[in-house]
Design a protein around this ligand. Structure first.
Ligand code: SAH
Ligand code: SF4
Ligand code: F3S
Length: 440
């Protein structure tokens, strides 16, 4: 037996990167690697990167600057860059940081084992192609390790929407959906390994249009109904959705599919039609609000979440006020707001930028409103009984943490609960970012 080599992966960015990191770790497991929690004893260090905002991308270079000391101490240590910065910058990464041995874009992960082998010969390896094959088919888990109660499962990748601010269509490529049969196999496998809740992932997950089990075109709603029949799978979620792809059958599923959780992340970015048009969002504030009305008619208790960008080029105070008005109307359970970040190569990068101090001020005002809404919805949970899937021990002795159907973190201190249990909990308190309660 040879001793296993050690792999350290650091993951930035969205949930899809979390899923990809798991797949890459499994693929390199076949090359004799096991994962380690620190770069100190690693034979291979892999950064799975994000390019969505300038700060995210710059973090990668400063981290690489720190990591090169590991290689200086031991030349056998290999350093790799995966993810969206790898796709966007390619060979430039090796020019800026010569300690990097390997650069692999998101659509080439199935080539990682052979690329790793190449670096062992002292060569560098670079692949940022968009090949026509299902990389996940070739990144299958082996051996089948036990899993926690929740898991991500990528069903769709890439984006054809080309919002004027966004790098994703360039870093992840065109929309591609995986065949339903493979997704169902993967879901059954996850359930056998202990998973009870699956979050289906896609950059535009509700635009899913993979081949159905009989070869016909499938939809996300149909896929959800197939997953509903998987024994042992108790909860289904999906993210991220585009307002224009919320079909009637998907909205209906929110009212009728018991395993589909009452939480929906539906980014809108702005409440101003002028800005939405300049963002190339192809929907209006009004059409977004109408979609939410239909969703709430199907599932009145659904908790909504969204994404916002402030300070998009040419955003005036009046435009920003329209965003605040939209937020007031929707009442979000969660919302993520960002200051616009200029991304090279995107259409909006060419336009007149909003003053930074003004954008900072707007971000603060929006976040104050969002926090107030979040707190109000959390407070409204006090006294109610929710269903909690427990995931792991909390910070206090004897405490367990899980998620309610509405995705609120819930703390319970009770020796009867273990990870993987689903239990009814009466909510007794609401803190900053979580709820607490007792078994009902
Ligand atoms: N596919 C998803 C997520 C895209 S990235 C979607 O369409 O909603 C996640 C969020 O990052 C976006 O919703 C947007 O709010 C934000 N974002 C994307 N590009 C950005 C940029 N250039 N500057 C600031 N925020 C950005
Ligand atoms: Fe980016 Fe827009 Fe596609 Fe979302 S829909 S990934 S924001 S281009
Ligand atoms: Fe970032 Fe790429 Fe995800 S840019 S948000 S890691 S798709």
């Amino acid at each position: 037996m040879t001793t296993p080599k050690k792999l350290f992966i650091k993951t930035y960015g969205c949930q899809m990167n979390v899923y990809d990191s798991e797949r890459m770790a499994e693929a390199l497991g076949g090359q004799g690697y096991e994962q380690t929690a620190t770069p100190d004893d690693a034979d291979m260090i892999l950064l799975n990167t994000c390019h969505i905002r300038e700060k995210a991308a710059e973090k990668v270079y400063s981290e690489l600057g720190r990591l090169k000391t590991y290689k200086a101490a031991n030349p056998d240590v290999k350093i790799g860059v995966a993810g969206c910065v790898a796709q966007a910058e390619g060979a430039e990464i090796m020019r800026r940081q010569p300690a990097v041995d390997l650069v692999v874009g998101p659509q080439s992960y199935h080539r990682l084992p052979e690329m790793e082998a190449l670096t062992r010969t002292g060569a560098t390896a670079l692949d940022t192609d968009f090949p026509e094959e299902d990389k996940f088919e070739r990144l299958k888990a082996r051996p089948k390790a036990a899993r926690g109660p929740t898991a991500f499962l990528t069903v769709q990748e890439g984006c054809d929407k080309f919002c004027a601010f966004c790098v994703v269509p360039y870093t992840r490529g065109a929309e591609v959906s995986r065949p339903a049969a493979r997704i169902l196999d993967e879901a059954r496998d996850l359930v056998e390994r202990g998973v009870r809740e699956i979050t289906l992932l896609g950059q535009n997950v509700n635009a899913y249009h993979g081949a159905g089990p009989d070869g016909s075109d499938y939809t996300l709603a149909k896929l959800i109904w197939d997953l509903d029949r998987v024994d042992g799978l108790e909860r289904i979620r999906f993210t991220t959705s585009h307002p224009n792809d919320m079909t009637d059958e998907l909205i209906e599923a929110h009212g009728t599919c018991a395993k589909l959780m009452p939480y929906l992340h539906l980014p809108v970015q702005s409440g101003s039609d002028k800005i939405l048009k300049r963002m190339n969002r192809s929907h209006t504030a009004e059409s977004y609000l109408r979609v939410i009305e239909r969703i709430r008619a199907a599932r009145p208790d659904i908790v909504m979440s969204g994404d916002f960008i402030v300070g998009f080029p040419e955003e005036t105070e009046e435009d920003f006020q329209a965003t605040l008005d939209l937020v007031e109307t929707v009442k979000y359970g969660y919302a993520y707001s960002f200051k616009y970040s200029t991304r090279p190569g995107t259409p909006a990068a060419e336009r007149a930028q909003v003053d930074v101090a003004q954008a900072d001020d707007r971000l603060q005002r929006l976040q104050t409103l969002i926090v107030a809404q979040q707190q109000a919805i959390q407070q409204g949970m006090v006294g109610r009984t929710v269903s909690v899937l427990f995931e792991k021990p909390g910070r206090d002795p004897g405490q367990m943490v899980g998620k309610s159907e509405y995705l609120h973190a819930v703390h319970v201190t009770d020796s009867r609960v273990t990870a993987g249990d689903i239990a009814k909990v009466r909510i007794t308190g609401s803190g900053r970012n979580s709820l607490s309660g007792e078994l009902a």
